[in-house]
Design a protein around this ligand. Structure first.
Ligand code: ATP
Length: 437
């Protein structure tokens, strides 16, 4: 199964899902660019998350906070002091590794195989540093945020008062985060620049454990509803030594990737740690005043933190199939139509009898209805199907000789390969119906 990763990387490149960043210069360490199909898949994933977390709830507000923040934020959050990984270097090949990797723990270099050649571990801070303004001195030192959560905490009262929310309520955002990971890898699984879809839910202390359970359940159900194989999903509870400095309780949602069970979303009970620390470091009160009882308190926070890129890798790995159809091998990405980059492809069977023009009209009608469609008049019909199967397009619409006789087209289902014939003017409605359910 490990070569599934190679197949995914190659399919992602071939079909324009994901390219290595700055490839013409030999690539940048562990940074990836999303191509035409990848950009659509990512947008769809983020949009579904936003819809379920923000638009479909009265108790969650959206936010879009800046990447650059006051440097004191990261002192208050504990990242300056504690966002570190232990790093060792192999004295033979000079490659650096995280000291807690299993190979390193058994004292063998994962790259050159030398035994007992590691330096003593030293703590390495994962935050990227940068400078604001023209003078590179300490006064203007800033960090690229390693998580999006802090942008939410510092805006807690701004959002609560302007949106007139009462506890319990949440704030959600989808944004970039940066971590100078020592050993990135596994394609888009661990990168140095990535996106997080995070939601911080503010609750009254004492209600936190119940809300924690509610969110654990809701987040797992969301991934299952997206079509991810339930047998490849599980919870992992953090042991006391795994718990982050701010957390009282934490569960990861893990997926069985080709390289093993790994986390792609975390649910954390962060208590009042972050708000209390920002109160202390900023000198500003971050208390909630209960409008009923007049009681003041610093709320507890339940966080759901999903890696967008890692979830996208879950979707790709889960959707990848190799099958034999009519004696021929095909590769298909059985993506949920809701996240699939293209919903339809339109093929005129031959380039005569006005068929390309009719096909164009169908394609344009889909486009006008905001259903992403691809027009393809080149190559054999078999080749056209194969291309769309690999792209994960759920429906291919063929305009053939019969179209001119009775104004009908065929629609082929990507997964079942079943074909239905429907009248040309029903195509848009037919697709809309299936995309709604
Ligand atoms: P890991 O243990 O894998 O480093 P983490 O526990 O540090 O992850 P969190 O801080 O809980 O991760 O971040 C929440 C989510 O953000 C993760 O579940 C993951 O999906 C995503 N994420 C974190 N680090 C990276 C990274 N370097 N590349 C891609 N996604 C990441």
């Amino acid at each position: 199964m490990a070569d599934l990763m190679d197949k995914l990387v190659s399919l992602a490149k071939r079909r324009g899902y994901i390219f290595q960043s700055s490839e013409i210069y030999g690539g940048t360490g562990s940074v990836w660019d999303y191509g035409p199909l990848g950009a659509e898949l990512k947008r769809n994933l983020k949009e579904l998350w936003w819809r379920s977390m923000v638009h479909q709830r009265d108790d969650i507000e959206g936010l879009d906070s800046a990447i650059l923040m006051h440097p004191r934020v990261w002192e208050a959050s504990g990242h300056v002091e504690g966002f570190t990984d232990p790093l060792v270097e192999c004295t033979k090949c000079h490659r650096r590794f995280r000291a807690d990797m299993p190979e390193v723990e058994s004292d063998q270099c994962p790259t050159c195989g030398t035994k007992d050649a590691f330096t003593e571990p030293r703590m390495f801070n994962l935050m990227f540093k940068t400078f604001m303004g023209p003078v590179e001195d300490d006064a203007s030192l800033l960090y690229l945020r390693p998580e999006t959560a802090q942008g939410i905490y510092v805006n807690f009262l701004n959002v609560q008062t302007t949106a007139r929310q009462r506890i319990p309520f949440g704030i959600a955002q989808i944004c970039k985060a940066f971590r100078n990971e020592i050993t990135p890898g596994n394609f888009i699984f661990r990168t140095r620049e990535f996106e997080q879809a995070e939601m911080q839910f503010f609750v009254e202390p004492g209600d936190d454990e119940e809300w924690f359970d509610t969110w654990m359940d809701a987040r797992m159900r969301w991934h299952v509803a997206l079509g991810v194989d339930r047998d490849k999903l599980r919870f992992h509870e953090h042991t006391p030594d795994e718990l982050a400095h701010y957390a009282k309780q934490a569960y990861d949602i893990e997926y069985l990737f080709p390289f093993g069970w790994k986390e792609f979303e975390g649910i954390h009970n962060r208590t009042d740690f972050d708000l209390a620390r920002h109160q202390e470091f900023s000198g500003k009160r971050l208390e909630y005043i209960d409008p009923g009882s007049g009681e003041r308190y610093v709320p507890y926070v339940i966080e759901t933190s999903m890696g967008v890129d890692r979830t996208l890798l879950v979707l790709l790995a889960d959707a990848y199939r190799e099958e034999e159809v009519a004696g021929e091998e095909r590769v298909v990405l059985a993506l949920n139509p809701k996240v699939a980059p293209l919903k339809a492809a339109v093929f005129p069977l031959v380039k005569k009898d006005g068929l390309p023009e009719v096909a164009r009209k169908v394609h344009e009608a889909l486009r006008d209805a905001a259903i992403p469609s691809f027009f393809d008049a080149s190559g054999s019909i078999g080749r056209r199907y194969r291309r769309q199967d690999e792209a994960g397009t759920p429906w291919c619409i063929t305009i053939d000789g019969q179209t001119n006789d009775d104004a009908t087209v065929t629609i082929r289902d990507r997964d079942t390969l079943e074909q239905v014939r429907i009248s040309t003017d029903r195509v848009v409605g037919w697709l809309e119906e299936r995309l709604r359910t």
